[in-house]
Design a binder for this molecule. Structure first.
Ligand code: GLU
Length: 276
């Protein structure tokens, strides 16, 4: 049975782009007689606003969606810690005390998601007083794993290669997991079979596929849907000043009508991976 999910971070209000993402995941599950899940990713981001989670639920209801809610990330910290300890004890993680400023001062190469960490802390004796993050030793992981693939309903079969991102952070200084670790573990424990999200997160899957292999997790399929763009070419989800779903709801707009307009593609233009 197909299980999809919408996994918003409660750092700000939802916009049309989020509505499109939630509707896509919802409809993909419903068309196939499956389940659509909501998961609040409240450790993904600098600051979580607990009241936003209620706002999100009201928004989804207003759009006419039905979902099963899974536990929020903040209730799963022990699981993240256990899996991180496992990776650390097997030598796939190393501590890193560098700050963002330190890294930028090293004039790092830029990858698809910004600065590539030059591996400065790898194998170094670190000041135990300084807060440390844990980074994935990506070369070590790739040297030991067989060639990995992932199946994307939109983009076809992909070879997983996270090396262009460098040694990404899996355990943050201020949280027991980064987005990569938490989201990958949650999708596995929630039984998600079709990870549905925007094309903007497509490249992240290279990292997640490798984590699944290192952690012995089940491997789902992915559906990376096109992103809604405004007429100015900017992502609707991030666009400043565009009314949030909550604003539209409170102004009395009919959410179900809005959802159907989104389904009909009346808003913005979808971008494909080639032009992303
Ligand atoms: N929490 C992430 C976000 O709000 C989404 C993660 C995902 O769908 O994998 O951007």
């Amino acid at each position: 049975m197909v299980v999809t999910r919408f996994a918003p971070s409660p750092n700000g209000s939802l916009h049309l782009g989020h509505a499109y993402s939630a509707i896509t995941a919802h409809d993909l599950a419903k068309e196939r007689g499956g389940t659509f899940q909501l998961r609040i990713e409240d450790i993904d981001g600098v600051r979580s606003l607990p009241e936003k989670a209620d706002e999100f639920r009201e928004d989804l209801e207003w759009l006419g969606l039905e979902w099963v809610e899974m536990p929020a990330q903040s209730t799963r910290l022990e699981t993240y810690e256990a899996f991180a300890r496992n990776l650390l004890s097997r030598g796939y993680l190393y501590p890193c005390t560098c700050t963002r400023k330190d890294i930028m001062a090293m004039k790092p190469r830029m990858g698809p998601e910004g600065a590539i960490y030059p591996g400065t802390c790898k194998g170094r004796n670190l000041d135990p007083e300084k807060p440390a993050a844990l980074r994935l030793d990506v070369d070590r992981a790739m040297a030991e794993l067989p060639e990995l693939f992932w199946e994307d309903e939109v983009n076809g079969t992909q070879i997983a290669d996270p090396r262009p991102f460098g040694d990404v952070v899996l355990v943050r200084k201020d949280a027991p997991a980064s987005y990569h670790l938490a989201s990958t573990l949650d999708d596995a424990s929630d039984g998600v079979t079709l990870v549905t999200r925007g094309q903007d997160l497509y490249a992240m899957t290279h990292i997640h596929r490798v984590l699944q292999e290192l952690l012995g997790l089940p491997v789902p399929m992915w559906h990376h849907h096109p992103i809604l763009l405004g007429e100015d070419g900017e992502k609707l989800a991030k666009r400043r000043n565009s009314p949030s779903l909550a604003d539209r709801r409170r102004a009395g707009e009919d959410g179900r009508v809005l959802a159907d307009r989104l389904r009909r593609g009346e808003f913005g233009a979808g971008i494909t991976l080639a032009s992303a």
